[in-house]
Design a protein around this ligand. Structure first.
Ligand SMILES: O=C(O)CCC(=O)C(=O)O
Length: 267
């Protein structure tokens, strides 16, 4: 159970008790937000603290297209620092993480070196490396639905029915090299990855250029995922490229990553 969240003070993270400030400052606003976000389609009122998630909002975004052989990515700073802070704090308040998640990798069970949760349409699950994560309803964290809807609207209609949430408490938490190529995902669908909190390096490595038995030399593609950024991983990236979030001991603040996905709906 999370009872506090981190705020950035200069280059440090400071811990704040949940509700400490907002309860005193804006109880009316809080009630309004809860009301406006109480169903599963995003209904953030224009005067709420989530008004910047309005999917009809006009945004002047500076997209960067990142390519290499069969790598197809689009990157943008989607949210301002203030907006990303609001989202980070909301995530710290409402997201309920699964306890003690384990994955089966290289013939052994491993404790997941981060925390995980998922939200989405009713009944959806995501299975990878022997683990299955079930979606909690959008209504338990309605701002997530709003973020997904905003991304759909900004990117010409990619549909998302599921979001996987990964929380890295600091730079020792990480994600190993993998591809998102599970059968649960709609083939060729784009994955939209939103980063909140501590900036972390992200690395793509071509499948033919991994490890000591690499068949070819292809440079890895590395960049930083900043607070409030959006990375669109388009087909065929996940066929040819593995990605990872490596350990970074100097990263002292928590980070939350949201990957919006289109899952196959099983009849
Ligand atoms: O935290 C991240 O940015 C990595 C997320 C990721 O690789 C995944 O969800 O498959």
């Amino acid at each position: 159970m999370i009872d506090s969240y981190f705020v950035k003070k200069g280059s440090n993270c400071a811990k704040r008790k949940l509700g400490e400030k907002e309860e005193k400052e804006e109880p009316k606003l809080k009630a309004k937000v809860a009301e406006s976000l109480s169903n599963s389609s995003c209904q953030a009122a224009s005067n709420s603290k989530f008004s910047f998630l309005d999917k009809d909002r006009k945004m002047d975004l500076q997209w960067k297209h990142i390519t290499s052989e069969n790598l197809n990515l689009d990157f943008v700073q989607l949210f301002s620092k203030t907006e990303a802070d609001v989202l980070f704090q909301e995530a710290e308040k409402v997201i309920k993480y699964n306890e003690d998640s384990k994955v089966f990798v290289h013939g052994k069970w491993h404790k997941v070196p981060r925390k995980q949760a998922a939200y989405g349409d009713m009944g959806l699950t995501y299975s990878f490396s022997g683990a299955t994560v079930a979606a909690q309803p959008w209504s338990s964290a309605p701002f997530l639905k709003c973020i997904g809807d905003l991304i759909s609207s900004l990117t010409g209609g990619h549909k998302f029915n599921f979001v996987l949430v990964n929380r890295y408490k600091d730079g020792s938490d990480h994600m190993g090299e993998h591809r998102d190529d599970e059968a649960d995902l709609v083939p060729r669908s784009t994955i939209a990855s939103v980063s909140l909190g501590q900036a972390r390096d992200f690395v793509f490595r071509h499948r033919d250029a991994r490890g000591s038995g690499a068949k070819r030399k292809i440079d890895p593609v590395k960049f930083e995922l900043s607070h409030g950024s959006l990375l669109m991983m388009n087909h065929p990236t996940n066929v040819y490229w593995f990605h990872s979030l490596p350990v970074r001991k100097k990263a002292i603040c928590p980070r939350i990553n949201l990957t919006f996905r289109q899952m196959v709906v099983k009849k």
